[in-house]
Design a protein around this ligand. Structure first.
Ligand code: PMP
Length: 405
């Protein structure tokens, strides 16, 4: 059992009133809140040892470098990668996916090749592949989605072929909550010789993730969706694969030796980290990972599933609201549609009650189009949410539905 009262005390932002009501924050798929340890780590770096990392000849630079690299080790452990060199620091999931599209694409994708994504992807896992396919004359194939929000895996079997160079799919959908059968996706892709990238933007905070057990080739995450700071993300890549990739961007830090005639590149992961990195946020990220680990990812997943079931049971009973996405495997996301109420109105009226949700297309326009809608009202829950908050949400939804007749 999680001690939610104790956990909530660690998140200062949760203890405020919004529009005269206690805040109930249900927009965790957009970004999660930060525990005090993360906030203090940011403050501690800027007050105590702000310095550039690597090659510094003084105390503060050495301290900053050690803390900076400690986060790499923490992420290696968090994802169970084989070694630190498999963890590349980026700005977030978006940059991680673009990095792979640009570098893996440059090296391995040719005219006539195929990339497979799914119909429930975030734009971050669509557009980089479209850009690559356009550049290379490759083709983008899409695994379709069933009415319940799960992927149509029988079509996946038909799409795979020796032309498939890479499959890139989301582990857990931000728009519907669907958990994709990534193990099966990875196994089948490998059987035709394709590599697999997993968009872990949502799964990283909700599910235990072991990249060796999954056997994915690349895995992307965003720190800010994992109780850490914005502007920090990571890319896991199998070392033997990363070593074959060309650099993403050129500059300082990513080189071994530069002459005007020829530059040699640094080893992985530094080859992919040019310029002064996001030091403070990277350092603070370790505290977020430690916070999640201290609670336990299994316990988090179990509690969030309880919240999901509790909310789903209650919301299903409200006439006039539909839940989009009822796949059997889901993270704690509930996407609502209504024939009479615009999602934006739902969001604004809940906000008047201190309840924060997100409305719109959730950066998944092709998915919205598939269901013939413009957007949804999305409730996304975290381990610091409570059943009492869900009761307030349900009461609010009932009132709004009644008002709209
Ligand atoms: N993929 C998914 C599934 C997401 O939910 C998000 C963020 N909403 C992203 C990718 C992009 O993440 P970021 O904006 O942090 O780069």
């Amino acid at each position: 059992m999680l001690d939610i009262d104790k956990i909530r005390k660690d998140f200062p932002i949760l203890h405020q009133e919004v529009n005269g009501h206690p805040l109930a924050y249900f927009d965790n798929a957009a970004t999660t809140q930060k525990p005090i340890s993360v906030i203090e780590a940011l403050d501690g770096y800027y007050r105590g040892y702000n310095s550039n990392v690597h090659r510094g000849a003084h105390f503060m630079a050495d301290k900053a470098t050690r803390h900076f690299e400690d986060t790499r080790t923490a992420l290696q452990k968090f994802l169970n990668a084989k070694e630190d060199a498999e963890i590349v620091f980026t700005k977030g999931t978006t940059e991680s996916i673009n990095l792979v599209a640009q570098t893996f694409g440059k090296k391995f994708v040719k005219e006539g090749d195929e990339i497979i994504i799914s119909a429930i992807e975030h734009h971050a896992n669509i557009v980089p592949w479209q850009m690559l396919c356009e550049e290379k004359g490759a083709t983008l194939k899409v695994i379709p989605v069933l009415d319940n929000g799960a992927l149509d895996m029988s079509v996946y079997d038909e799409l795979l072929s020796e032309k498939t160079k890479l499959v890139s799919v989301v582990y857990a959908s931000n728009a519907l909550g669907t958990i994709n059968p990534v193990r099966e996706i990875i196994k089948k892709a490998h059987a035709v010789g394709a590599k697999v990238m997993i968009d872990g933007a949502q799964s990283s905070s909700h599910l235990p993730v072991d990249v060796q057990e999954l056997d994915c080739d690349f895995y992307a995450l965003s720190g800010h969706k994992l109780y850490g700071p914005t502007g920090f993300g990571a890319l896991f890549g199998k070392k033997e694969l990363l070593e074959q990739l060309p650099p993403f961007m050129g500059g300082g830090e990513m080189i071994k030796e530069v002459t005007f005639e020829k530059t040699t590149y640094n080893d992985v992961p530094f080859r992919f980290e040019p310029g002064t990195p996001n030091i403070a946020d990277t350092i603070a990220m370790r505290l977020a990972l430690e916070y999640v680990d201290a609670i336990g990812k299994d316990k988090i997943a179990a509690y969030e599933t309880e919240l999901l079931n509790y909310a789903t049971d209650k919301i299903e009973k409200i006439d006039g609201l539909n839940i989009l996405g009822t796949a059997p495997e889901k993270v704690s996301v509930i996407s609502l549609t209504s024939e009479t109420i615009h999602p934006y109105d739902l969001g604004m009226m809940l906000d008047a009650r201190g309840i924060a949700i997100r409305t719109g297309h959730h950066c998944a326009q092709p998915l919205m189009k598939r269901f013939g809608i413009e957007g949804t009202a999305r409730i996304s829950m975290s381990f610091y949410n409570t059943e009492a908050e869900i009761d307030r949400l349900v009461e609010g939804l009932e009132r709004i539905v009644k008002m709209f007749g």
